[in-house]
Design a protein around this ligand. Structure first.
Ligand code: UDP
Length: 238
């Protein structure tokens, strides 16, 4: 099948029906805007299952997503969307680039969840972007931006609880949203897209603070595969 698009962690193919796409999850991992590369053995299959479980859970809680169903160990079927070119980051604690940017300690609690946007543009290194710039550049409309923020905060509340019940703290995560474009779908509606996995979120063991996400790869902490597998086990636990 002809590729529609190949990213760092996933490959997108046309789906079996009009308006659908097949997403294939790869084991390849990159960090620091592609400067660090590696393979996390089994990651593709793990992230496919973690994402599917979390998309299903969010759908059941009323969040519209692009997810339709699992197709195989490494593939899911999704609704075709036009991706909004913003990375939407939600933060419950200071970590990563936020902690560096503002010179605060990683792990510092935040009084309420923050929503932050980056422009999706690898050549520019995904620069931080503020609301007015996103609007002025025509990346989204005002009502779309408001809807994206509302959904991002709802997803945060739901996932934070979901992980807390599994003894994991959701520190921060990145979401991508898309607009439905197929005639049989509600055209223009904003839905959650991309993936939900330890590649795109920080998860810390509740008591010890041990990192259970891609920071193990970024920071050469070892035990990367084991952490991903443990997150899958807990995500799938009832
Ligand atoms: N993130 C992501 N893709 C990106 C940038 C960030 O999935 O291109 C996720 C990252 O895994 C973390 C959260 O978004 O859970 C916030 O990342 P941050 O801005 O702190 O950047 P980082 O420190 O990862 O460079």
């Amino acid at each position: 099948m002809e590729k529609r698009y190949e990213g760092k962690a996933k490959v997108i193919y046309p789906g079996p029906e009009a308006g659908t796409l097949r997403v294939y999850f790869k084991d390849e991992a990159t960090a620091f805007n592609g400067q660090k590369r590696g393979v996390i053995e089994g990651k593709g299959a793990i992230n496919n299952r973690i994402s599917a479980t979390l998309f299903r859970y969010l759908e059941a809680q009323g969040i519209p997503t692009h997810f339709l169903r699992l197709l195989s160990e490494r593939e899911m079927l999704v609704r075709e969307v036009k991706i909004v070119p913003l990375e939407v980051i939600v933060r419950n604690r200071a970590a990563g680039s936020f902690a560096r940017r503002y010179g605060v300690e990683e792990g510092q609690a935040l009084p309420y969840p923050l929503v932050e946007f980056s422009l999706k543009n690898d050549a520019l290194g995904d620069p931080l972007i503020y609301d007015d710039a996103a609007l002025a550049l025509g990346l989204v409309s005002g009502s779309e931006l408001a809807r994206i923020k509302e959904l991002a905060l709802q997803v945060n509340r739901l996932l934070k609880d979901y992980f807390a019940q599994r003894n994991l703290e959701l520190v921060d995560f990145k979401l991508e949203f898309g607009k439905l474009l197929h005639p049989t779908d509600e055209r223009g509606a904003i839905v959650l897209a991309d993936e939900l996995s330890p590649d795109t979120m920080r998860l810390w063991e509740m008591q010890s603070g041990e990192k259970m996400d891609k920071d193990r790869f970024r920071r050469d902490l070892g035990g990367v595969e084991e952490a991903y597998r443990e997150v899958l086990r807990r995500v799938e636990a009832a």
